[in-house]
Design a protein around this ligand. Structure first.
Ligand code: SAM
Length: 403
């Protein structure tokens, strides 16, 4: 019971939704904090939490999921470039402002900085701000030293251009580091980044998936305040702006997880506004969109194209390309994962199950495949299997956090 009360405190402080994140993750964070304080009574820890103003931050540090890597979901960066090029002349008139929230250990904002540097954007014509609730992650980001776990993109050609290797680490160049301003802040705080219409582009990826509907609505109202009217909001590939209470709409010419402020913006919802629960599962993929033109770019690969097609709702074409990818590289866990998603959307659950299991066989740490299999198990009413898979995903996440 005290653990549930602590989970409620965490939700109020940072938005974390227990059923989504899993009580095991929250419980093991509480256990770590109790060990650090040499407490064996959870009720006593709750008293500490309520009386020590610094303890909540320490609990937050213990519970956060910092999973990130350079050029994660390469298509998002391609879309960013596509958008910036359409307004390059405007960019040079006023400084382009980009926000990465949450930035975790910095791989996302530094990827943006490398992308701009590699594509001829002059220093001084843009400013990149990066924010995260974790002080520790922000400190790590400022150091700019990364292990191999941060390099999971298919195209790693940026490494030679921007990193120096020392021992088993890679050190980011000072030139790239200088382009990102890091801040420690909680997006749900009432005084979070005061001001209006500041940013041309906001990256807010892989945060909403941990929040329930009302908390997502709060996040969208903050982002709507900070984004310029003609700016874009880039979400993660499993996230949509459906819970934005009409503040955002999909930018159909750019792809479903790229959003713009709605043309007729309704009143910004209050934090207390109620919204029902949302299942993020496949929401972005299921959205049928007008296909976007994909420009030539170094970030292109058949698999990323297949993801892009899937995100544009072109399911059959995505399956065709995904199958070609699997034929070309039968050991690609990510390609099998994509086919699993696509067959699930096409209501072929048996094939979906096969491909997702194969994705896991090829990479037992494929968290996305684990989570999707868990959701499918939940849908067919097999809650034991669903929980087993979710716990496995959590263990992988915890291991990643420690490595
Ligand atoms: C999975 S990472 C996402 C990083 C990056 N955007 C990406 O997609 O690779 C989630 C991050 O959200 C941060 N976070 C969680 N709640 C937050 C909040 N209320 N305000 C700011 N950051 C938050 C965590 O500290 C963690 O670093």
């Amino acid at each position: 019971m005290p653990k549930q009360l602590i989970a409620n405190r965490l939700k109020n402080a940072m938005g974390l939704h227990t059923p989504t994140v899993g009580m095991i993750t929250i419980s093991s964070a509480i256990d770590r904090r109790m060990r650090a304080l040499q407490l064996d009574d959870c009720a006593q820890y709750l008293v500490n939490l309520d009386n020590d103003p610094g303890e909540m931050q320490k609990l937050i540090e213990a519970v956060i999921i910092p999973e990130t890597w350079f050029f994660r979901d390469a298509i998002a960066y391609k879309k960013l470039l596509e958008y910036l090029r359409t307004r390059q002349s405007a960019v040079y008139k006023s400084q382009l402002r980009i926000l990465s929230i949450p930035c975790s250990t910095g791989e996302e904002p530094y990827s943006i900085a490398m992308l701009l540097a590699d594509n001829g954007f002059e220093v001084g014509t843009y400013r990149i701000d990066a924010v995260d609730i974790s002080e520790k992650l922000i400190q790590k980001a400022k150091l700019g030293s990364y292990g191999k776990h941060s390099f999971r993109a298919e195209d790693l050609s940026f490494v030679d251009r921007h990193f120096t290797r020392y021992e088993d680490k890679f050190m980011l160049s000072d030139a790239v580091k200088a382009q990102v301003n890091f801040h420690h802040a909680n997006l749900l705080d009432a005084d979070f980044l005061p001001g209006y219409d500041i940013y041309d582009v906001i990256f807010c990826r892989n945060l909403l998936i941990y929040f329930d509907g009302p908390t997502q609505a709060r996040v969208f109202s903050v982002l709507a305040r900070l984004l310029k009217n003609d700016g874009i909001l880039i979400l993660g590939h499993a996230e949509t702006s459906q819970r934005s209470a009409g503040l955002f709409e999909t930018a159909s010419n750019l792809g479903p997880y790229i959003n713009r402020k709605a043309s007729k913006t309704p009143a910004i919802p209050r934090a207390s506004d109620k919204a029902g629960p949302i299942s993020n599962k496949n929401a972005a993929l299921a959205d049928k969109q007008v296909p976007a033109e994909l420009p030539e770019s170094g970030l292109d690969s058949p698999l990323e194209k297949a993801f892009a097609l899937a995100n544009e709702g072109r399911v059959e074409e995505a399956i065709e390309l995904g199958l070609a990818c699997v034929q070309h590289d039968r050991f690609s866990s990510r390609a099998h994962y994509l086919l699993g998603l696509l067959y699930d959307i096409s209501a072929d659950t048996s094939k979906a199950d096969d491909y997702l299991k194969k994705a896991l066989y090829l990479d037992p740490n494929n968290i996305e495949a684990l989570i999707h299999l868990s959701l499918m198990a939940e849908q067919r009413g097999d809650s034991d299997d669903s929980e087993r898979l979710r716990n496995r995903a959590e263990r992988v996440q915890n291991r990643n956090r420690l490595s």
